[in-house]
Design a protein around this ligand. Sequence first.
Ligand code: SF4
Length: 344
Amino acid sequence: MEKKTDLKNLTLEELTDFVRSMGEKKFRAAQIFRKMYAGADSFDDMKELPAAFREKLKEAAALSMVEMKQRQISSDGTRKYLFAIAGGEAVETVFMQYHYGGTVCVSCQAGCRMGCAFCASGINGLTRNLTAGEIVDQILHVQKDAGERISHVVFMGTGEPFDNYEEVSKALRLLHEPKGFGLGARHITVSTCGLVRGMERFARDFPQTGLAVSLHAPSDEIRRQLMPVAKSVSMKELLEASRRYTETTHRRITFEYALIDGVNDRPEHAEMLASRLKGMLCHVNLIPLNTVEEKQYRSARREQAEAFARILEDKGVQVTIRRSLGPDIQAACGQLRLADANRP
Ligand code: SF4
C-alpha cells in the first residue's frame, strides 16, 4: 500500500499542488488548510468538501501526525503531554498558562545529541528529527485539549532547533501562515544551545521571531563542564554571534542561565557575566535548575538567585528569575525527555 501524504507537512502551496493532482480546484486546498489549523481531526469534519472528495482524501492523505498517549496536570495547572510519533518513539510537550496567554513548549527532535550535563533530554542521545508536521501537530493537539487559543510557542522542549533547521523553519512558516494557524512571529521564541551558524541563518530568515541562547555559564571553563557544544564554540564566538543577531534584527536577545548550586551561581560569576554582556541588547533569564534524577546537579538557593540577579541589575543588565512551572510532573525546563510510546 502506498504511504499516505501527511497533510500537516505541507505548506499551503504544496497542499494546493496536492489537491490539484487529485483533480480538484485550488480553493479546496484553502478550505482543508483552514479546517486543519482550526483543529479538524478527520476529513468528515470538513463538511464543505464534497463527500466523494472526502473519501478520496481518506485513501490518499493523513491528517494527524502525533497521537496523545498521556496527559499529566501539575498542581499549578501546567500540562505535560506524551505524544507518540511514527517509529515507536514519543516526545513530550508542555502547556503553560501565563498572564499573556496559553504557551506551548514544543519538542523538535526525539532526544537530543547536544548532551548538556544537567538536562534529561539528551540522556539517550538523538533518535531522529521531527518533521514540521509533527512539530505543529503537537501545538494543535494541545490547543484542542486545553480548550483555548495558543498565543505563544517556544521551541524549548526536547531537541536543538538548529540541529533540525529545515523542519523547524518549515514549522515556523506553517505557524505564521495567516490562512492557517496565523501566529505572529513575535509570539514565537526559538532556543539554541549556541550553534552560531544556525543563529546567523535564523537572523536572516526570521528577523521577527524571538531567539533565546542557553548560556548557563560566565566563562568557557564552566561552560565546557556543562555543555559539550562549548568545546567547539567559545563564549567569545557565541557572544559575537549574539551581538550580530541584535544588530541584524534590532531585536533583544534572551540568554537562558540555569543556576546550579556551587557551579555557576556565585557573586563572582554574576560579575563576570555582567561584564561580558555589557552594552548588549539582551535580557537574562535566570532559571533555578530543575532537578533531574540521573544528574548530580542541584538548584541554587532562592537567596543565591536573588543576589545573582541584583548584581546583574546593578551593572545595567536586564534580568528576571523565571518561575518554574510544572516541576511536580517533571515538566519544567531541562526535565523533558525522549520517552517510550508504550509508557503506561
Ligand atoms: S539543554 Fe537543549 S540542547 Fe542541551 S541537551 Fe537539553 S535539549 Fe539538548
